[in-house]
Design a protein around this ligand. Structure first.
Ligand SMILES: [Zn+2]
Length: 411
């Protein structure tokens, strides 16, 4: 491939820590010399402290699977305007080592105790920096499930709960029983395209953000490319020219701007439509169909699905999804389509777990700045998750039902 980007064309000190998830860690370019890196972030894979990298030196390392998945699958389903640009960047161990020495202290302690940059990787991902820029305020929201399932494949035991209470609200109940921060957030409000309900959803996200001091993963605020915690907002920012503090007026300004932006964009409609149309059977219907395909499958359930599709399988699936899949009778699914239904559910899970980044403007509000919405974290899920999801689904509904709740989450 022609002249690939090399991380060694920049200095480790030009990159600052932004954030990290379970599998990857993100740094943002603050140097000025290299135009290829300006406005971009470096996304690196992590490895458990006790593990060494799974990639053996000497072998040709494939590009990060995220790049191919975006190129061959995601970009056919989501308009490019909502997606960050992604490129492969070549890494080297001594450069990563220097970066780690400089920035490891900026990571949360609980993360540092668990994992580290996978320094044996030869390739990383360079992506659009969606939260960076001096004084820029950006909000990351993980909207979660934005639809109620159709009743075709639901059992007697679950149908009334699943068609009136959304999956997130039922899951929130289970989580609160297990000691998590309770939240009033209902995704159906955020997805509603109704101003009053969107405001209600944002207020719920905000209140849970404040109560948990930013420890929930469904709402984050970035200022100048850095995550701000409710309790930290006053300190770091009072030393800068921005008079930003967690006040009601800041909350209202952010809510107003986010609401206007969400009413103006089709991004949530695209996400919920993909989630729903890729999950026509619900996990219950998927499990039933799977059990019909072989006698062994009936016993073991979805937990026995382990083989991951190849990239070519995914390309074929997307072509099918855009054509014949839409004409299939999903109320009476054909067992011969089981593989595509499994893949479809997996892809739906990607959209149920993605986040959106909304750039909402400058701190001091005096400078208008480009507002935008993007979708991030569109990672491919592995097939071996299906068994766990089947189990979790059963537990979520069972507990909710036993508690006698039946919240109505309007579509
Ligand atoms: Zn709900």
């Amino acid at each position: 491939m022609a002249s690939r980007l090399q991380v060694a064309d920049s200095r480790p000190e030009d990159w600052v820590y932004v954030s990290e998830g379970g599998a990857t860690i993100v740094f943002s370019y603050r140097g000025t010399e290299n135009p290829h890196f300006k406005g971009r972030v470096l996304r690196l894979r992590k490895v458990h402290l006790l593990d060494s990298s799974a990639v053996h030196s000497g072998e040709e390392e494939p590009d990060d699977p995220m790049i191919a998945f975006h190129r061959d699958v995601i970009s056919y389903l989501v308009p490019q305007a909502f997606l960050p640009d992604l490129d492969v960047i070549l890494l080297n161990e001594s450069w990563l080592d220097a970066l780690e020495r400089l920035r490891d202290g900026d990571r949360p302690l609980e993360r540092r105790q668990k994992d580290k940059i996978d320094k044996l990787r030869k390739k990383g991902v360079l992506a659009t920096d969606l939260v960076g820029g001096e004084g820029i305020v950006a909000v990351e929201i993980k909207p979660k499930w934005g639809f109620l399932p159709r009743e075709h494949h639901l059992s007697q035991e679950t149908v009334s709960n699943k068609t009136s209470t959304c999956r997130f609200c039922m899951h929130t109940y289970l989580r609160s029983q297990e000691g998590s921060f309770p939240t009033d957030y209902c995704p159906m409000d955020l997805y509603s395209h109704n101003e009053t309900r969107i405001v209600k959803a944002i207020h719920s996200l905000w209140d849970a953000w404040v109560r948990s001091d930013g420890s929930l993963n469904n709402f984050k605020i970035f200022v100048s490319g850095k995550v701000v915690k409710p309790s930290h907002v006053r300190a770091p920012l009072s030393t800068t020219r921005e008079p930003l503090i967690v006040t009601n007026s800041f909350k209202e300004t952010v809510t107003e701007t986010l609401t206007a932006l969400l009413l103006d964009t089709e991004v949530l409609g695209i996400i919920s439509s993909l989630q729903r149309t890729l999950d026509e059977l619900d996990i219950e219907g998927l499990a039933k169909l799977y059990s019909m395909t072989a006698s062994d499958n009936a016993k073991s359930g979805l937990a026995s699905v382990v083989a991951d599709p190849t990239l070519e399988d995914w390309r074929d699936f997307v072509a099918c999804y855009q054509t014949s899949y839409r004409t299939w009778d999903h109320a009476n699914p054909d067992p011969k389509h089981i593989q595509y239904y499994l893949m479809s559910y997996l892809l739906s899970a990607t959209f149920k777990d993605c986040s959106i980044i909304l750039r909402i403007g400058q701190c001091d509000q005096s400078l208008p700045s480009a507002r935008s919405v993007s979708i991030i974290d569109l990672d491919l899920k592995p097939m071996n998750k299906l068994g766990g999801w089947e189990e979790l689904d059963r537990m979520i509904v069972e507990r909710y039902k036993t508690a006698g709740h039946q919240k109505r989450c309007a579509p």
